[in-house]
Design a protein around this ligand. Structure first.
Ligand SMILES: [Zn+2]
Length: 287
């Protein structure tokens, strides 16, 4: 986008930390975070299931309760031989790993195992606690099945809200599309999330995601003191990214190729927009 251009526009991914704190004492299994562990991974095989239903995301409370239940069931299968320490994670490369340190059995399992049916839980116990190869194969199958679900349902679904307090970006985009692009730009648009970070040194007012064909504007622009033509200019700029993808020029990645810049200057209030940005950048940085 325009001049200074580094800002985490959409905030940091708020990882829903899975099972994290040690719970109050429970009868048999103990549930505490264990890491790092030496993995004995079950590699992730290719998915073979064409379609699965997508459940809603569980809350942290629910995740904890289910993790406890899972640890209890594994411990029950293994009897008094082991004390089970289970950590649930979101790591996508190693779905399940364990370490036997009698009387401890430390298991790290992807959260997909929280939904596991009884026979899969038995497989976890047999694989991790007793080293049965057949149980490992059964876990492979379960993982393959579940991975389809994971892909179909990314952890951070991106809701795109175009209506802000002051500007409806969808309306602006459609108007600009007709006025400047013969309606040919196909993109979704919405406001980015406020990051809560105030002392920034630069701000990225807009961003275009080629893959998703998605434009997001910084919420600092959704204010009554920001002129409409300036918001339009940012939308216009991001739309241009679809028409003029960044190019490689003698090895360098050119985000705004010459044709892009020329077209950008065709915006009716180009000079006013550039001037407004210069004059108000400091205010925007504080928002
Ligand atoms: Zn740009």
């Amino acid at each position: 986008m325009l001049a200074p251009r580094q800002l985490d526009l959409f905030g940091k991914a708020r990882a829903v930390s899975p099972v994290a704190q040690p719970p109050r004492p429970v009868p048999v299994p103990v549930l505490v975070p264990v890491q790092p562990l030496v993995p004995e991974p079950v590699p992730a095989p290719a998915p073979r299931v064409p379609h699965v239903a997508v459940p809603p995301l569980p809350t942290r409370q629910q995740t904890l309760a289910r993790a406890r239940a899972l640890a209890t069931q594994i411990a029950a299968i293994l009897g008094s031989e082991f004390k089970v320490l289970l950590t649930v994670h979101d790591n996508r490369s190693t779905m399940i790993s364990f370490r036997r340190q009698p009387p401890l059995l430390k298991i790290r399992a992807h959260h997909m195992f929280l939904d596991a049916p009884p026979e899969v839980i038995r497989s976890i116990a047999e694989y991790a606690g007793q080293g049965k190869p057949a149980a490992g194969a059964a876990l492979d199958d379960y993982i393959a099945h579940q991975q389809v679900l994971i892909r179909a349902f990314p952890r951070k679904p991106t809701a795109l809200e175009s209506r802000g307090e002051c500007f409806d970006l969808q309306v602006l985009l459609e108007e600009i599309n007709v006025a400047h692009f013969e309606g040919k730009v196909e993109a979704r648009i919405g406001w980015g999330r406020q990051t809560g970070k105030r002392r920034r040194k630069s701000i990225r007012l807009g961003v275009y995601d080629h893959k998703a064909r998605e434009i997001r504007l910084h919420p600092a622009l959704d204010r009554p003191d920001v002129p409409r033509f300036f918001v339009e200019f940012i939308v216009f700029h991001e739309m241009l990214h679809q028409l003029f993808p960044s190019a490689r020029d003698t090895g360098r990645h050119v985000h705004h190729p010459r044709a892009f810049r020329e077209r950008e200057r065709s915006f009716p209030k180009y000079d006013a927009a550039m001037a407004w940005e210069r004059q108000h950048l400091q205010e925007l940085l504080r928002r």
